[in-house]
Design a protein around this ligand. Structure first.
Ligand code: ZN
Length: 467
């Protein structure tokens, strides 16, 4: 549908201007002060228009465990998650709807869902997420999370005999599932993209990475993985490869301008140069890194080296929400304590550029998305500047990023389709969703999981923690 937003505030170099924007056939057709109304006229008075942000790394089904997993580092947290996450496809559907809704209502118009697959129902899981995201209308980048090693392989052995347990599905079968998903669901024009997404070096063999590279090349797919999220993974990489994980991934050809890597906390300066050279993208998940005690990603170093960086919420049980503006705020100001030179700090304007254009760059579509430019797709978010959290009137982007913005998204469009209007989703009955989420859950505290308890002594030993 075509429309014209009138009298809306947009950022220009170091300032703002009030203007009109025409959207025709899903694209920004013109931006100027004197424009005829094409299609519907939309009042932009006292509103700020920005390109939609990317929630560039999450796991939607973790919504079912938010607020519940113990205060653990990743390796133990993951063991508990596995124990407490009995999923069914209906839950996958509802949590994808919830993730889309929360992303949209905090400024995101795209989501990268590193989707946990139900064993034995892998394609059904992917189909369900596709259905949910299509219904809501958010731009979806579904990255089916795959591995071909069992959880125990994800921990450094610390010199003891590495423990091997075979994974329940072969590497070839896993790759065949992904190829089938690509053939059935990958449709960038329709707003649904499938990515190859080996979870990370900690649980994947080179055969799986190589198979993913091959699929990525054959079908022109983006690549998405976790990378060096924890100190334990740094140790594991040395045990496994005798070099850093980044050096190894470069060697096998996984890094590229369509590779995005979540976390990147434990990289060396040389690793950072490799990411810059290969044009790989870092997805910064500050809340998850804090919650799991993973560390502070050296984001200022990435930016100085010319590495593209964008933001993700990460799954809702390591965050424990999907508030993208919150991730952008913490992900920006967190780094001020890592560098006394304030000239290197991330400004609010830089933060929104990272969240929008940085996200598009990481998915190799910066020529189509991520900024207010004629010819780009109309993935837009309009914020109500009369919202209490954005008053009194000062610098709108400063307020948005540094403040505690609540319920300020007035409208959102994906490819010119309005999916949030007057603060409400137009494509989803949120009250019904709330009821479903309420009825399928209960107030509880599950306590320590058996799996976490089992691996805890080994974890404490290899991480040099006293017993
Ligand atoms: Zn993750």
């Amino acid at each position: 549908m075509n429309f014209t937003i009138q009298n809306v505030l947009i950022p220009v170099t170091d300032s703002y201007t009030t203007t009109n924007i025409q959207v025709v056939n899903g694209k920004i057709a013109a931006i100027a002060t004197n424009l005829d109304v094409i299609g519907q006229a939309i009042d932009g008075t006292n509103k700020l228009l920005l390109p939609g942000f990317f929630n560039a790394h999450t796991h939607s089904s973790e919504m079912w465990l938010r607020g519940m997993v113990s205060m653990y580092p990743l390796e133990l947290w993951l063991a508990e998650l596995y124990d407490f996450a009995p999923l069914d496809v209906e839950k996958v559907y509802l949590s994808a709807l919830g993730t889309a809704a929360e992303t949209l209502l905090s400024g995101g118009t795209s989501v990268v869902d590193h989707l946990v697959l139900i064993p034995g129902q892998e394609l059904e899981t992917i189909a369900t997420a596709v259905r949910a995201y299509k219904e809501v209308g958010i731009r979806a980048f579904i990255a089916p999370l795959i591995q071909d090693e069992s959880l125990i392989a994800g921990m450094p052995s610390g010199g003891s005999q590495p423990r091997q347990e075979s994974y329940f599905r072969s590497t070839g079968e896993t790759l065949a599932i992904i190829e089938e998903a690509v053939q059935q669901f990958h449709c960038p024009e329709g707003g649904v993209n499938i990515l190859v997404a080996p979870t990370g070096i900690q649980l994947c063999t080179d055969a799986l990475f190589t198979g993913c590279i091959e699929l990525s090349n054959r079908y022109n797919l983006c690549r998405h993985s976790h990378l060096l999220e924890t100190k334990a993974q740094e140790k594991l990489a040395q045990e496994k490869y005798g070099c850093t994980a980044v050096a190894h991934l470069e060697e096998i050809g996984y890094l590229s301008d369509r590779t995005s890597l979540a976390h990147c906390v434990w990289l060396t300066d040389n690793d950072i140069n490799i990411l810059a050279r290969t044009k790989s993208t870092v997805v910064h998940n500050p809340l998850s890194n804090l919650r799991l005690g993973s560390g502070i990603a050296p984001v200022l170093k990435y930016l100085q080296a010319g590495v593209n960086v964008t933001f993700g919420c990460d799954g809702a049980s390591s965050n424990d929400s999907q508030d993208l503006l919150e991730a952008i705020k913490i992900g920006s100001i967190l780094h001020n304590i890592t560098d006394f030179d304030y000239q290197n700090w991330i400004t609010p304007r830089k933060a929104i550029e990272m969240a929008a254009l940085g996200g598009a760059t990481g998915l190799n579509i910066a020529n189509q998305l991520g900024s207010l430019e004629v010819g780009k797709a109309a993935d837009l978010v309009m914020y109500d500047l009369t919202n209490l959290s954005l008053l009194p009137r000062t610098d709108p982007i400063g307020l948005l990023v540094l403040g505690r913005t609540t319920n300020a998204v007035h409208s959102a469009w994906v490819k010119g389709r309005e999916i949030v209007s007057n603060g409400q989703l137009t494509t989803l009955n949120v009250d019904e969703l709330k009821q479903e989420l309420f009825q399928r859950s209960q107030w509880e505290n599950k306590g320590q999981s058996p799996n976490a308890k089992k691996i805890e002594p080994h974890y404490r030993k290899v991480m040099d923690l006293s017993n």
